[in-house]
Design a binder for this molecule. Structure first.
Ligand SMILES: *[C@@H]1O[C@H](CO)[C@@H](O)[C@H](O)[C@H]1NC(C)=O
Ligand SMILES: *[C@@H]1O[C@H](CO)[C@@H](O)[C@H](O)[C@H]1NC(C)=O
Ligand SMILES: [Zn+2]
Length: 465
């Protein structure tokens, strides 16, 4: 294993040096793919001794993940900082910046003037507001919303002093986390992680939790939120299984992504030495709890969590002085934070819906291209944003938030439920209009076409917070 590691490092360095000689580094997707194959072998072997030869019949299909959602971009020069990062394999490959530079959709480019900094600071004063605009915050922090927000929340809770964290290590750790999210994913990227962390903070501030949670609970709650989708490939578990992805084998087809997010988070925790000053037993315990929180975000297991939650609420036996019960509530809070998009104000909610649908449809396109069965949810030919959202709200989001509101009957819960219902109305109206206009369009095919009304869909009364 050591030899493989060293060999790969040498290869990467040689490749880098030869590129450097020719001028600025540019990796075409073939280079990236080849590198990724090597990295996979290294990582797989070093983790569990899984035999790469047994990887199955589509060994090249999954390798493409790095470039799944990327658009061709101009080569960028590599900074000294990034050269240092060559020494870390995983991030070398996953670091979005290394290959793609600062996200292209950032209108501020590299310039971050005092005005934006001031505005970002102002926003942080209202970080506990449910209508916090994470997209705006991400632009104002030059694409660093996850690092910036999480650091701020650690500070707010005094976790740095309480756990005697090294500020430099903490910041480095957060940067590594942010960079291990794929900025090419339309949805499962660092901004989603920042959004979930912000929502988690709102829940941690709810009276029942704020009065009972320990600082360890707070630390784990924020950590879990920030890392819960770490290194997400932008495709779902069934896709990984049907393409024989090594992660599916590694985690035996069960909570494949969530296990990977957790293990990646633990890897970064250890690599950053953030908690290395704590007693081993405490550290291991925290890693376990982190895993248990992240695994709770597996939507396919929602019914298990929900029925346990219901039973507790029916019996009224939740006792938050009990550590196990507090942990369970943290799991439920993280689950809510993860799927709270439909409970946000329409303006934010709609953007998330479009992003997640883009990611789904992208998966469907790949499935079609490779003659795999197209996942119904991912089929742009038979599905729409509105349809996906309406189903998601009715079957996944609403049942969860109904129970959460029973547990925490507060103004925040009422606000979320009212956004949920307005947003549902919004998508329903949108769908009705679309159906009306498409049936009109098919009638008009026989007669000369008239102007097609392309009206923007807005739910009534969604302007207020
Ligand atoms: C967060 O962003 C603000 C504004 O850009 C900046 O002043 C601050 O130093 C950043 N904090 C961290 C921890 O990155
Ligand atoms: C995972 O699922 C695939 C496809 O159904 C199957 O071929 C494979 O044996 C499963 N692996 C495990 C470890 O259960
Ligand atoms: Zn998520």
């Amino acid at each position: 294993m050591g030899i493989v590691l060293i060999w790969s490092l040498v290869l990467i360095l040689m490749r880098w040096i030869s590129h450097k000689r020719r001028g600025a580094i540019s990796y075409d997707s073939e280079d990236q793919t080849a590198l990724y194959i090597r990295m996979l072998d290294v990582r797989v072997r070093s983790q569990v001794g899984f035999e790469p030869e047994r990887r199955g019949s589509h060994p090249y299909l999954y390798v493409d993940f790095r470039t799944l959602h990327s658009r061709p971009e101009a080569a960028r020069p590599v900074s000294a900082r990034n050269v240092r990062r060559l020494l870390s394999f995983q991030r070398y490959l996953h670091s979005s910046r290394f290959f793609h530079g600062i996200p292209a959709n950032n209108p501020l480019g590299y310039i971050l003037d005092d005005d934006f900094t001031g505005q970002a600071k102002l926003m942080l004063q209202k970080v506990g507001n449910w209508n916090f605009d994470i997209f705006l915050f991400d632009r104002l922090t030059n694409g660093n919303s996850l690092v910036n927000l999480t650091f701020h929340l650690f500070n707010t809770y005094g976790l740095i002093e309480l756990f005697q964290l090294d500020m430099v290590k903490l910041r480095r750790f957060l940067v590594m986390i942010q960079e291990d999210y794929h900025c090419q994913n339309p949805y499962h990227n660092a901004v989603h992680a920042a959004d979930v962390t912000q929502a988690m903070y709102c829940y941690l501030q709810e009276p029942k939790l704020a009065e009972t949670l320990t600082s360890c609970d707070l630390l784990l709650g924020l950590l879990a939120a920030a890392t819960h989708d770490l290194d997400h490939p932008g495709v779902n578990q069934p896709f990984l299984i049907k393409t024989d992805h090594y992660l599916a084998a590694l985690y035996k087809n069960s909570s494949v992504l969530e296990n990977h997010h957790w293990k990646s988070a633990v890897g970064l925790l250890r690599e950053s030495d953030l908690l290395s000053h704590l007693p081993t037993e405490d550290r291991l315990n925290m890693e376990e709890r982190l895993g248990s929180l992240i695994l709770a975000t597996d939507i396919s297991r929602q019914n298990d969590y929900l029925s346990e939650f219901r039973t507790h609420l029916d019996k009224g036996d939740l006792c938050l002085t009990n550590g196990g019960h507090r942990h369970f509530i943290l799991q439920m809070a993280l689950k809510c934070a993860d799927i709270c998009n439909p409970c946000r104000p329409w303006k934010l909610s709609k953007q998330w819906s479009e992003k997640v649908t883009e990611e789904f449809f992208h998966q469907g396109d790949i499935e079609r291209k490779h003659n795999l069965e197209v996942t119904p949810l991912c089929d742009r030919q038979s599905n729409s944003v509105a349809n996906i959202q309406i189903g998601f709200m009715a079957y996944v989001v609403e049942p969860l938030f109904v129970e959460w509101s029973r547990f925490s009957d507060t103004r925040l819960s009422q606000t979320m439920m009212s956004h949920l219902s307005l947003n549902k109305q919004g998508w329903n109206e949108g769908r009705d209009k679309q159906e009306a206009s498409s049936s009109r369009a098919s009638e008009e095919q026989r007669t000369p076409a008239t102007k097609d009304s392309n009206s923007k869909v807005l739910p009534q009364g969604s302007k207020g917070s």
